[in-house]
Design a protein around this ligand. Structure first.
Ligand SMILES: Cc1cc2nc3c(=O)[nH]c(=O)nc-3n(C[C@H](O)[C@H](O)[C@H](O)COP(=O)(O)O)c2cc1C
Length: 194
């Protein structure tokens, strides 16, 4: 069922490092993103795929994970992602980074759903050093990295919970490293109930 895929598609921050991701798998994810809707059909997004260990490690070093769990260093050693898809915007096609946020979101979620469908998973990473990333990947001036998708085979257990009134939306972990993500209930988000 499609809803099961949506539920399974969580933000994972720990991966089985022995399960590498093939170039063809990454290309298929991008093929899915290529087919998504886009305002005025401008299609300003371009993609860089990283799957060799050195490049992935370099990208990993300029990212920040789980700001909501500052006491933890995630991913843990040996549980790092094995691939990255770097979503970039071609400024020659569209200069406005603000307007393209919707398109970036659609592409990113489509990539992650495709990864989940393959038994993989990942995490969107917006917290990264853009200048350093441009240098690492030798990106042209007009190619602006806008969002990273870290990928691998998840080894974490993530559970969605219903957010109760007055509770924080912050995600949290228990002593067994199980990750909990509170989501606002349907009752709270549906404006016109009847
Ligand atoms: C646009 C965007 C940027 C994000 N950037 C980061 C990030 O830099 N680091 C990180 O650890 N998680 C990042 N996340 C993951 C969120 O923390 C995560 O979506 C949220 O905690 C809810 O968990 P869920 O995706 O499992 O529903 C990002 C998510 C989105 C949508």
């Amino acid at each position: 069922m499609f809803k099961d895929l949506v539920i399974k598609n969580r933000s994972y921050r720990g991966f089985d490092f022995s399960r590498k991701i093939e170039r063809e798998e990454l290309i298929d994810m991008i093929e899915c993103a290529r087919l998504t809707p886009c305002g005025a059909n401008k299609q300003p997004l371009k993609y860089f795929i990283a799957y060799n260990e050195k490049t992935v490690e370099e990208i990993q070093s300029i990212t920040k994970w789980a700001a909501g769990l500052p006491q933890m260093e995630l991913p843990r050693k040996g549980e790092e992602p094995v691939a990255y898809i770097v979503i970039c915007q071609d400024l020659n096609i569209d200069k406005s980074l603000k307007q393209s946020q919707t398109v970036i979101g659609i592409a990113a979620q489509t990539i992650l759903l495709s990864a989940t469908d393959k038994g993989l998973g990942g995490c969107m990473i917006g917290n990264f050093n853009r200048i350093k990333l441009k240098q690492i990947l030798s990106l042209d001036e007009n190619i602006e990295p806008v969002l990273l998708i870290a990928l691998g085979k998840p080894i974490e257990i993530v559970e969605l919970t219903d957010l109760k009134q007055g509770e924080s939306t912050n995600y949290f972990r228990d002593d067994n490293n199980k990750h909990y993500v509170p989501k606002r209930t349907l009752n709270e988000i549906l404006i016109n109930q009847k």
